[in-house]
Structure formats: structure tokens, C-alpha cells
Design a protein around this ligand. Structure first.
Ligand code: PDD
Length: 287
């Protein structure tokens, strides 16, 4: 754990960093967040994360707490103060502090901002990626606005815990048609039987993953055929490869689904290559 947090305009020691008990994020999950991968102390996929933050806030009618330029400076300062090179930065913006009621505060309050930075052991992550991971599946039971990156993650928390208890690292949500929507904290992909890369389209009720978006470009530049269209759990098990993307997982091969192997149960060449290409590009374009 890194030592310094940013809370509402101040950098403080993490152990002494607190938010108000009537922060609407705490009481009502009335807020949004972003997670940036940090490569060499720099923010990965900056444009994608800033654009999604602005969109999530605007959908909830919460103002940006400061300009993008000012926020970039604060995020970088948080990274610098923690001395983290390889890690993850968490930013949370809630509607602010007000006596509890469901509707927005009648007199507007400033949004509340929290930033924390954590180190990531890239060598351990690479070892895990080389082995591949297991996922479980769970019925889709989230609200209809999963495109907004809100802190309301109770369904995801329960799905992830069930996955962990089954020896898996991620849970894939499956809709009423038997089609995978996305993971509890990642987007889901396969390399189908024809060698085509497939991931769910953003008309569906999913988060528009920033890593997903970057990887769509990386994969197309590398000459892969990519289709944004759904796949079933059966198709995923029968696929050549499966993997997940996210700021935490980057590109992470999936070798088991609900205890069944994907193809021969080994990490395949496409996911490994895409992981390498994504990381190369993210490192080169981080700010
Ligand atoms: N989760 N889908 C969900 C539900 C997510 O929570 C995330 C990210 C993603 C991938 O999005 P991105 O590529 O922009 O990280 C997809 C973050 C990492 C988290 O909750 O910690």
C-alpha cells in the first residue's frame, strides 16, 4: 500500500485520510470512479479514461471537480508523492456531502474527490498471465446503466467473491439469452473457432472499457479480424482462446470457464501477443 492519499484538495497520510459520514458516495453510491494503470509512473490510456470520467459524471449530472488539465496535475502529483512506477491509480468523485436524502442536494455542494495509488508487481502479473486464469459465470443481475462507471458495485462484489470461492479470478456475467456481457471488473473476449476476435458490442449493457477500446485498435493494426458481437458461454469454451481486458488485468488469458478448459486449457498465442502489444503501446503513450 502506498502512503499518501488525496482527499478533497489535500494530500494526507493514508491512515489519516477520511471522508465525511454523509458523503453521498458512502451512503448512496452516488458517485463514479476511474482506474488508471501506471507504467513507469505515467497514466496509461489517458484520453480514454478522462473521456469516460467526463461522460460518467455528466450522465449523473455531477460537475467535473476541476478542469482536465488541473486533474491531470493532481493525479500526477499523487503518483509522484507515492513514488510508484508500476501500479494502479484510483480516482473517485462523488456528488459530495449533504444531509441524507435521495434526490440531489437542493443547494449544490462541491463534488468530493479521493485519489489513492497502489503498487503492482508486474513480474507476478506476467507469471499469472503466462499461466492463464479461471473464470466462473453468473446471471446478469445489474442495473441498466452499466455504461456509467459508478461506485455502486454490490453485484460485482458478490460475483467476484463467488468466483474466488470457486478458485477463479473473475466472474463473467451472462444475460438471459445465454450470452456473455462482461466480467465483474473486466471486458470479456474470445478468439473464435474461425480465428476471429470477438467482444460484446457497446449497444449492450456493459462498461465501455478503455483497455477494450485500445485493444480494438491494437488488434486491428496487428491485422486481426475483430467483431464486436456477442458470444455464448458454450462458444467461449469451444473457442481457440479467451481473455479479459481491464486496467488491472491489462490483457489476461482465460484458460478455464466454470471448471471446463478453453480449447486445450493452455494459454494461446493470440492473447499472449495482444498482451505484449497492448503493454508496449500503453507504455509508449502514457503521460
Ligand atoms: N474495472 N467492466 C467492468 C464492469 C469494470 O469494472 C472494468 C474495470 C472493465 C474494464 O474497463 P477498463 O479497461 O476501462 O479498466 C470492464 C476496474 C479496473 C475496477 O473496477 O477496478
Amino acid at each position: 500500500m502506498s502512503r499518501i492519499a488525496y482527499v478533497n484538495g489535500r494530500f494526507t497520510r493514508r491512515a489519516e485520510a477520511f471522508v465525511h459520514i454523509e458523503d453521498r458516495g458512502y451512503q448512496l453510491a452516488d458517485g463514479v470512479y476511474e482506474v488508471w494503470a501506471l507504467f513507469d509512473g505515467k497514466l496509461a490510456d489517458p484520453e480514454g479514461h478522462f473521456a469516460r470520467l467526463e461522460r460518467s459524471l455528466s450522465e449523473l449530472r455531477i460537475p467535473m471537480p476541476m478542469s482536465r488539465e488541473a486533474l491531470t496535475m493532481v493525479l500526477r502529483e499523487a503518483v509522484r508523492r507515492n513514488g510508484v512506477r508500476e501500479g494502479l491509480l484510483y480516482l473517485q468523485v462523488t456528488r459530495g456531502v449533504a444531509p441524507r436524502m435521495h434526490a440531489f442536494p437542493q443547494n449544490p455542494v462541491p463534488p468530493a474527490v479521493v485519489i489513492t495509488v497502489n503498487r503492482v508487481d508486474r513480474a507476478a502479473d506476467e507469471a499469472r498471465a503466462a499461466q492463464g486464469v479461471a473464470v466462473t459465470t453468473t446471471p446478469e443481475n445489474r442495473w441498466g446503466r452499466c455504461d456509467i462507471k459508478t461506485v455502486g458495485l454490490l453485484s460485482n462484489v458478490l460475483a467476484k467473491q463467488a468466483a474466488r470461492e470457486a478458485g477463479a479470478v473473475e466472474a463473467w456475467y451472462v444475460d438471459e439469452l445465454g450470452l456473455v456481457t462482461e466480467g465483474a471488473s473486466s471486458n470479456a473476449w474470445i478468439v473464435d473457432a474461425d480465428g476471429v476476435l470477438r467482444t460484446r458490442d457497446t449497444q449492450a449493457n456493459i462498461l465501455r472499457g478503455v483497455t477494450r477500446l485500445s485493444l480494438l485498435e491494437v488488434a486491428q493494426e496487428a491485422g486481426f479480424e475483430v467483431q464486436q458481437r456477442p458470444f455464448s458461454v458454450a462458444e467461449a469454451k469451444a473457442a481457440r482462446e479467451a481473455f479479459i481486458t481491464g486496467a488491472g488485468s491489462l490483457v489476461l488469458p482465460v484458460v478455464k470457464i466454470d471448471g471446463d478448459p478453453v480449447a486445450d486449457g493452455r494459454v494461446g498465442p493470440v492473447a499472449s501477443r495482444l498482451r505484449r502489444l497492448y503493454i508496449e503501446r500503453a507504455r509508449a503513450t502514457a503521460i
